[in-house]
Design a protein around this ligand. Structure first.
Ligand code: A3P
Length: 304
């Protein structure tokens, strides 16, 4: 991979805050909504692996872990290109004539590892039909929303997000890109009962990364020696990934992701929400979480 990805040379005329457009009750970025028919018709393959998350739940972290597992812990092989080039983001569409994630994926030889933020009920049906493996990473709502807020501030194509208070209200109401966090984490939790979905938690990865990497390797049917496992743990630590230009999005221009506002690898912790939430906001979100997840068996840790 030695050509530049279209995002790296994006003509500034395309860089603007995108609008949200409703697709089957879920707000999606306008270009994604415009090309929705093509995305819905996406042709998954049986040997595809899909990494799926609500935005800012640890997607990039899981992508780098998976790539390292697939390449026997060889960091040089994982440096063959930036993470967004190694694993197409299937529903991400930029204005035409720029290529879309699904087109990049279509052009890729098997076996492919793909990225998506779609809620389970909007996943292109071919993934279910082909029984492609899916890894889902969930993160507690409080840290997730804080991370999403900073991402809106730094990514110049995300919708305008207003103040923290306004953004939190929109997040709770599901009026943000990719919709309701509550429906997302719950929908995928239920999907694992009828499809090969490995459902993991950001907090568990922070608690014991080696343990969670072992689960991923087992799901992929790949054996890891202790030395390879240790290399992957080291390579995918927050500090290593923050310093890795192939994983930290620093290859994108500042006009697209303004790192003076926030870096992509911002804090990488469990509990950063405490620096942003008032007591009232915290209690309110706890209450909504409890009600939305009731009866599902799904629980989250907001501190370790
Ligand atoms: P913060 O904004 O809380 O720091 P995504 O890849 O889904 O966009 O998620 C980005 C979030 O995952 C950011 O959270 C980022 O710092 C965090 N992250 C990325 N790599 C990580 C790692 N190796 N360890 C811990 N957190 C990581």
């Amino acid at each position: 991979m030695n050509t530049q990805h279209p995002w790296e040379t994006l003509d500034p005329k395309y860089i603007k805050h995108l609008e949200l457009v409703d697709v089957q009750g879920v707000p999606l970025l306008e270009d994604t909504a415009e090309q929705w028919d093509m995305i819905w018709d996406f042709k998954a393959r049986p040997d595809d692996l899909l990494i799926c998350t609500y935005p800012k739940a640890g997607t990039t972290w899981m992508q780098e872990i998976v790539d390292m597992i697939q390449h026997g812990g060889d960091a040089q092989k994982c440096a063959r290109g930036p993470i967004y080039e190694r694993m197409p983001f299937i529903e991400l569409c930029l204005p035409k004539p720029l290529p879309s994630g699904y087109e990049e994926a279509d052009a890729m030889p098997s076996p492919r590892t793909l990225k998506s933020h779609l809620p389970a009920h909007l996943l292109p049906p071919s993934f279910w039909e082909q029984k492609s493996k899916i890894i889902y990473v969930a993160r507690n709502a409080k840290d997730n929303v804080v991370s999403y807020f900073y991402f809106h501030k730094m990514d110049k194509m995300m919708p305008e997000c207003g103040s923290w208070e306004e953004f939190l209200e929109n997040f709770i109401a599901g009026k943000v890109a990719w919709g309701s966090w509550f429906e997302h984490v719950r929908g995928w939790w239920e999907a694992k009962d009828h499809h090969p979905v490995l459902y993991l938690f950001y907090e568990d990865m922070k608690e014991d990364l080696a343990r969670e990497i072992r689960k991923v390797a087992k799901f992929l049917g790949i054996e890891l020696s202790e030395s390879v496992l240790n290399r992957i743990v080291q390579h995918t630590s927050f500090e290593s990934m923050k310093a890795n230009p192939m994983a930290n999005y620093s290859t994108l221009p500042d006009t697209l992701m303004d790192t003076s506002v926030s870096s992509f690898m911002r804090k990488g912790t469990v509990g950063n929400w405490k620096e942003h939430f008032t007591m009232a906001q915290s209690e309110r979100l706890d209450d909504i979480c409890a009600r939305s997840l009731a009866g599902s068996g799904l629980t989250f840790r907001t501190q370790l």
